[in-house]
Design a protein around this ligand. Structure first.
Ligand code: ZN
Length: 172
């Protein structure tokens, strides 16, 4: 396992749509393990493969926020098959946009279909932080960032800030 470098805004790779995983190979298993390690190291509650520069539809999540009781989850090719009409607002952040937060409204509950590392099809219904997180990560697979859900003014401000920092060769 290895910690891989994170792709940070305004890196254009964050806008790439990711491809279906295909057969679950050793490469995919290693990718998922590296993603978990990178996510725990950051630390963050969710990571999409594109955030380490890999355009595969792989997502890792652990919303337990407890180092001693980890609940790692790996989703291959996740897709939302149902979303509640009720909404939920959460102050979101992103490992690719460090130290920036913004309130995003999304469906409160979602049902997600995905494959596990054995290639078996699974379905879960998610609520609370897991629901927010999985919707945020699936957005990444489609080249969408949580700042796209904010007002244009807020989005432009944060993009500009990160673009400036990148030019200076610093982290924001
Ligand atoms: Zn993110």
């Amino acid at each position: 396992m290895a910690i891989r470098p994170l792709v940070i805004l305004p890196d254009a790779r964050l806008r790439l749509p990711s491809e279906p995983v295909g057969p679950v190979t050793d490469e995919i298993r290693t990718l998922a393990q590296d993603m978990l390690e990178t996510m725990y190291d950051a630390p963050g509650v969710g990571l999409a493969a594109i955030q380490i520069g890999v355009t595969k539809r792989v997502v890792t999540i652990d919303t337990s926020k407890d180092e001693n009781a980890r609940e790692p989850r790996i989703f291959l090719d996740p897709e939302i098959v149902w979303a509640s009409e009720e909404k939920r607002v959460y102050d979101e952040g992103c490992l690719s946009i460090p130290e920036f937060y913004g309130e995003v409204e999304r469906p409160d509950r979602v049902r997600v279909r995905f494959r596990d590392l054995e290639g078996r099809e699974q379905e879960i219904e998610a609520d609370g932080l897991l629901s927010t997180c999985i919707q945020h990560e699936i957005d990444h697979l489609n080249g969408v960032l949580f700042i796209d859900h904010l007002s244009k003014l807020k989005r432009d401000r944060v993009v500009k800030k990160f673009a400036k920092a990148a030019k200076r060769g610093e982290a924001a």
